[in-house]
Design a protein around this ligand. Structure first.
Ligand SMILES: *Cc1c(COP(=O)(O)O)cnc(C)c1O
Length: 396
């Protein structure tokens, strides 16, 4: 068996996306900025894709800027909102403890430049509390940036409520919706979203292409200077084949969203039920308010990396909660943010399932995770200390 269960890291391109992309490469290769016909046809296609994408999230075409992906969109959104704040003497930003590093590292950069950042707790269920956001808002708050759905534990934030609160207070609200666009319904107007980041490769489009929605009236700052593409806000010849793939894959994702979510929810809950049978394990994040494709578990007494390697040998591609940076094993900041201690956070597994997963494949995953966890525990010194009572179990 070969099961790809790491769709939160990236997805396989859909047939529709590949077709749209190659069609564009063959037929619309012109530079959209060129005035002759070949260029103008490319320009027409570019605007057609922009319209399709805008419509899907309830935006106007002019509010969509094409970028190289989620990271670039996040960087541009935050730096732009910060510039607007700075001009008004407002230099306080509110975010959450478990944002993607594209957000957290940009916030660090802003802190070095005199901004003050408040990171809201996300609690055990992995969801921020709107009351706490309300309390954190100050007269000098210029930006609230809270992700729509978390990339590790899949928990979905109360975006609409956050949006209305920010609108009422006159604060720019940005959301990193990279895990959400194409997976759950988004309406930037109804949800009072001012800025939103998305990336094609998280919904079966090409890698290296994404978009930033920015509400009309909010002035973007450029990350990349040069030509006048994208209303002068993002220089560089447009990645038309990538954008074509993004429009096609997003259209398809939205068309199938309801049935895909219904199917993935059944499989997700089946996986959760099966993996819960492993003693001293726990699901990370709220069981219901999470993406239909996300399952994230901690198993006491094991290391996530070993688990992944052994699962890979069984043909299962998954991800762990730990990130190995320069030889040092840092447990995921997301798992720490929901209160998992280091040891427990280390023994974590993220399964992010795709639309075509079958119940047989889910059973195969459950069976193998059970087997591998038991095997790793059989020679784990930490596990021995736990069962002999030298250390106390944290997970029941
Ligand atoms: C993948 C991801 C990003 C980064 O997107 P890229 O297109 O890979 O730069 C940002 N935020 C979240 C939540 C993500 O899952």
């Amino acid at each position: 068996m070969n099961i790809y269960a790491d769709n939160a890291a990236t997805t396989k391109m859909s047939e529709a996306a590949i077709r749209a992309m190659t069609d564009c490469m063959y037929n619309y290769f012109g530079n959209p900025s060129s005035l002759y016909r070949t260029g103008q046809i490319a320009k027409e296609k570019l605007e057609e894709y922009r319209e399709e994408i805008a419509k899907i999230i309830g935006a106007e075409p002019r509010e969509i800027i094409f970028t190289s992906g989620g990271s670039e969109s996040d960087n541009q959104a935050l730096l732009s909102a910060a510039m607007i704040g700075k001009k008004k003497g407002k230099m306080h930003i509110i975010s959450s403890a478990f944002e993607h590093h594209a957000i957290l590292h940009t916030l660090k950069k802003l802190e070095k430049n005199g901004f003050e950042v408040t990171l809201l707790p996300v609690h055990e269920n992995g969801i921020i509390r709107v009351e706490e956001l309300n309390e954190a808002i100050r007269d000098d708050t210029c930006l609230v940036t809270i992700m729509t759905a978390n990339n590790e534990i899949g928990t979905i934030q109360p975006i609409g409520e956050i949006g209305s609160l920010c609108r009422e207070k006159g604060i720019i609200f940005h959301t990193d919706a990279v895990q959400a666009v194409g997976h759950i319904p988004i309406d930037v107007k109804a949800q009072n979203i001012d800025m939103l980041s998305a990336s094609a490769h998280k919904f079966h489009g090409a890698k290296g292409v994404g978009f930033l929605y920015c509400r009309r009236g909010i002035v973007l700052s450029n990350l990349i200077e040069g030509g006048a593409q994208e209303r002068g806000k993002r220089a560089g010849t447009e990645n038309l084949p990538g954008i074509a793939s993004m429009a096609a894959s997003l259209k398809q994702a939205v068309e199938n969203m309801e049935s895909d979510n219904a199917h993935k929810t059944i499989i997700r809950d089946h996986l959760i039920k099966g993996l819960s049978e492993i003693p001293h394990s726990a699901l990370n994040g709220d069981a219901q308010k999470r993406l239909s494709g996300n399952v994230n578990f901690s198993f006491e007494g094991i290391e996530g990396e070993s688990l992944l390697i052994l699962l890979d040998q069984k043909g299962i591609s998954a991800s762990s909660g730990s990130a190995c940076t320069s030889g040092a094993l840092d447990p995921s900041h997301v798992l720490l943010s929901i209160g998992r201690i280091h040891d427990v956070a280390h023994g974590s597994l993220r399964l992010s399932i795709g639309e075509d997963i079958t119940i047989e494949e889910a059973d195969y995953i459950i069976e193998n995770v059970k087997e591998v966890v038991a095997y790793l525990r059989s020679f784990s010194p930490v596990w021995r200390d736990l069962v002999t009572g030298k250390k106390e179990f944290i997970l029941k």
